[in-house]
Design a binder for this molecule. Structure first.
Ligand SMILES: Cc1cc2nc3c(=O)[nH]c(=O)nc-3n(C[C@H](O)[C@H](O)[C@H](O)COP(=O)(O)OP(=O)(O)OC[C@H]3O[C@@H](n4cnc5c(N)ncnc54)[C@H](O)[C@@H]3O)c2cc1C
Length: 614
């Protein structure tokens, strides 16, 4: 049987896994515990996020099972933030970063009691990597765990103010916490590098002996207990070292690190960061889709004046269509890019021997998708006018979520620059760049042509970056050489993401099973590609990849595409499998005025006295 167009779009967006991995999460979030709550202070909102996290945990299979299936983990990352952005943060830290580290490096018989405590969520597990002085440079962290052979314990200590753990969830002292703490392991007078330890932070009596923690200052929307934590010679049993295959103790009680360099061991210690970045992207694209869904539903019923009439739904304006349909095209593009990255991750062999290109793909996906969704969400917020600023209408909260996501689990700029550096170092040997596409007679909706143009720019930028980096004619330090290269490298890495996203997008359009979904995706892919080429139209013109006439036509072609996408807008958003009942945003309801009135409890005119709309 041929599926409906929206079902077909949903199949493509959820990679055929909606029923298997997502549907029960969607249904769980209909529970009244996730209803919007007004008037909570930051502590109240934070406590509610813990209660909601427990509700999610109680309704699903155990964390151990979820961690065994990356698709399920990514689905868990996608849904809770739609109704509470703080619940997402708590769940991801507990499930992926902390418990994931425990399972990968400490799933041993002698730790069974602690592993089960975390699996049952009897204690939450904060992940303590970042320090006040060490953020993106976390590999240089200073918290130390010195092994005491006599007592077979580690002495965990914060040597100075800059080594205090920063941002991890330690501000509430009445919630039991068993943290994964990253610390520099010192034994026999040697520094063996950074390892993860299980450390009890709070129990039923509050903060444990030697542990100090205060909440960080308030931040808008996310009322969680991010804190500043320091350790004063805390005794940690030897078994709590999560050494995995990164080292161990011999029969005489001496610690030996695994062979190999420290950098590799550090990356093993941080192994949950890679899937964590895909979780971050999942939440970002989910929030982006929900923002577009809400903004488009509102725009279809929000009336405004137009020349000659006073009741024009605002979406009829091309000035509303261009930003919102461009946003729609970006949410599709980023979702397809993310699906590709998830597939590559799920197909990769066990951690420790990951394919070289996977890290690049995941980093680029994380950076590009969170940046794009930040822009999408800001656009949707603005296009909803005053309604866009209310928390209950969600979009403003998603904006706050995205501010955290571009920074957490690898700041976008640093992540992309590091990736660019690696691509530049690897590329070039014997690679023949593709020739510039000839623009003569090419249609601006031809995605094959636009793809070739994007690929050409990516290759040219990479070539320039490589040449600048390798330029031996000037006496420069490595830092100076990198500084001359970094911004070109950043743009090249971004373009690699855009180009890959477009390839995935056109692939999805080609795999559509209905005429409607195929046509709708084709138009949307063309808008995405055209928007990207338009961004750097001057460069393409200068390089002869676009003609003057084509550059002049770019804005008109974008408008024309929006007009053609317009009849498909509903079906394209139906593919998101969202609903007003799930999001509970008054402006996403079938009658926003009645829903807003119901939510505020206003005694205004009855809904049936609202004027008829023509
Ligand atoms: C909401 C939220 C929750 C968090 N939760 C946790 C948690 O649970 N546990 C935890 O351990 N950490 C947590 N963090 C901390 C997070 O991991 C760090 O914020 C992140 O690693 C970036 O470090 P930083 O904020 O210190 O930024 P910095 O490293 O200080 O960067 C500041 C600026 O400098 C730029 N920059 C830095 N280095 C370079 C470079 N080499 N080249 C060019 N530019 C550079 C960055 O792009 C950025 O713009 C959380 C952060 C947020 C926002």
């Amino acid at each position: 049987m041929t599926p409906s167009a929206s079902a077909d779009l949903s199949r493509l967006l959820f990679d055929g896994r909606y029923e298997q991995n997502h549907q029960d999460l969607h249904e769980l979030l209909l529970d009244p515990v996730f209803d919007a709550r007004e008037g909570l202070d930051m502590t109240g909102a934070g406590k509610l996020a813990y209660a909601r996290s427990r509700a999610v945990h109680g309704a699903l299979e155990r964390p151990r099972e979820i961690m065994a299936d990356p698709w399920r983990l990514f689905a868990l990352a996608e849904w809770p933030s739609l109704v509470d952005v703080s619940t997402f943060s708590l769940l991801m830290v507990h499930y992926n970063l902390a418990f994931g580290t425990v399972l990968e490096h400490g799933d041993r018989e002698d730790l069974k009691d602690l592993v089960e405590e975390l699996d049952r969520l009897d204690s939450f597990s904060p992940y303590m990597a970042t320090e006040l002085g060490y953020g993106n440079n976390v590999a240089a962290l200073r918290t130390e765990a010195v092994y005491d052979t006599a007592t077979q314990t580690f002495v965990l200590n914060t040597p100075d103010a800059l080594a205090q753990k920063h941002m991890s969830y330690s501000g509430f002292h009445d919630i039991p916490k068993l943290a994964v703490v990253l610390a520099r392991l010192k034994a026999d007078g040697k520094d063996h590098g950074v390892y993860p330890f299980l450390v009890r932070i709070t129990d039923s009596d509050g903060l444990c002996e030697g542990v100090h923690a205060v909440p960080c200052p308030e931040k808008p929307v996310q009322g969680l207990d991010n804190g500043l934590t320091w350790f004063d010679h805390v005794r940690v049993p030897r078994r709590n070292l999560l050494h995995g295959d990164m080292g161990g103790f011999d029969e005489h009680g001496a610690f030996h690190p695994a062979p190999g360099n420290r950098r590799k061991r550090f990356l093993r210690t941080m192994s949950r960061i890679l899937p964590g970045r895909l979780c971050v992207s999942s939440a970002a694209t989910g929030a982006g889709r929900a923002s577009v869904y809400i903004a488009l539903r509102y725009a279809a019923q929000r009336l405004t004046s137009a020349p000659g009439r006073s009741d024009q739904p605002v979406i009829g304006y091309r000035s509303h269509q261009l930003p919102l349909y461009t946003a729609l095209s970006k949410t599709y593009a980023m979702t397809f890019l993310l699906n590709h990255a998830k597939r590559e991750f799920a197909a990769a062999p066990a951690a420790g021997s990951l394919p070289a290109g996977l890290g690049d793909l995941v980093s680029i996906t994380k950076a590009l998708s969170t940046w794009e969704m930040s822009e999408v969400i800001a656009t949707c917020r603005e296009r909803c006018g005053a309604q866009g600023i209310f928390s209950v209408n969600r979009i403003a909260d998603y904006g706050s979520l995205l501010q955290g996501l571009v920074t957490a689990e690898g700041d976008n700029q640093v992540l992309l620059a590091t990736t660019a550096g690696q691509i530049i170092a690897r590329s070039g040997d014997g690679e023949e760049p593709a020739p510039a596409p000839d623009p003569a007679g090419r249609d601006l909706r031809d995605t094959a042509f636009l793809l070739a143009a994007l690929r050409h720019r990516e290759e040219q930028l990479l070539g320039s970056a490589r040449a600048v980096m390798a330029d031996g004619s000037r006496d420069r330090t490595y830092f100076e050489a990198w500084n001359d290269t970094v911004n070109t490298g950043l743009e090249a890495a971004r373009l690699r993401g855009v180009r890959t996203a477009l390839e995935c997008f056109t692939g999805a359009a080609g795999a559509a099973r209905t005429d409607t979904s195929r046509t709708a995706l084709g138009l949307l892919a063309a808008l995405y590609a055209l928007t990207e080429v338009r961004r750097d139209a001057g460069w393409y013109l200068a390089r002869g990849v676009l003609t003057t006439e084509q550059v002049e036509r770019l804005p008109l072609e974008a408008d024309a595409l929006c007009a053609e996408i317009h009849p498909y807008a509903d079906v394209l958003t139906e593919g998101f499998n969202l609903s007003p009942e799930l999001l509970r945003a008054p402006i996403a309801a079938d009658d926003y005025a009645a829903a807003f009135q119901r939510y505020t409890g206003a005694f205004g005119p009855a809904a049936d006295r609202t004027p008829e709309r023509s």
